[in-house]
Design a protein around this ligand. Sequence first.
Ligand code: ZN
Length: 278
Amino acid sequence: MTVSDLPIERLSIHQVTLMQCDFRESIECFARHGVHQTAIWRDKLNEIGLDEAVRILQDNDMTVNALCPGGLLTEIDDKSFNAALDLNRRWIDQSAALGADSLVIITGGLADGETNLAAARDRALEGFFRLIDPARAVGIRLAVEPLHPMVCGGRSVISTVANALDLLDDLGADDVFGLAVDSYAVWWDLALSDQLARAGARLLHFHASDWLRDTKDVRFDRGMPGDGMIDNRQIRGWMEKAGFSGPVEVEIFSRDHWWQHPADEVVRTIVDRRATHL
Ligand code: ZN
């Protein structure tokens, strides 16, 4: 299967990729290199506030794919669970104000001391149910992102595209919910191509980075596309075969490497790798 080259108009870079920058610096750096799509990181938005963020995005002609990350709805006690729901309602409204397509949501992990994976999954399902009306009211999609099984305990009890699609089937609201596929989280799954075909129109986002053979940290040592073991272009091809035509969103958490480099060098490298590895 040959997959066409990715035009720069379809390249997005998540704001979290430039953790060395503040909100404004990251957006201006993307624009300087001809990249006009991004996903907004909640912590960076909080630093600056919604009004100023919207102004900076408009000044730089930036399209916002999503706000990340929402969800985290596996709290056990009612008070914490309801507080998490309130936060998500706020993030949904912020997503709308930013002009984003989606709020990307992860389930959250198990509670402290808990050993019941299925119960944690059921609480996330209940929480997601309760977000249907608020999301529908403002036209924001909720993109469920499975994460790597190594972070199942703390971040996401949904680890595969198959698990995520089963969850979406249970939710039964495909006008609101869809899938964010992050190559770093699911590349190892031999059933990936079949599951992407099953997902079809529910494919909303494609996040890309690379898995380094000697990774030092499963959350904060992601590689630049082309430096590791993931064939991002092949995965994009599988997604496009299933009907996906959205951007490729590069998302690199790299505490000890790329977050320590000058932002322009990071973005220039991503733009270069687009031609060979995205
Ligand atoms: Zn992601």
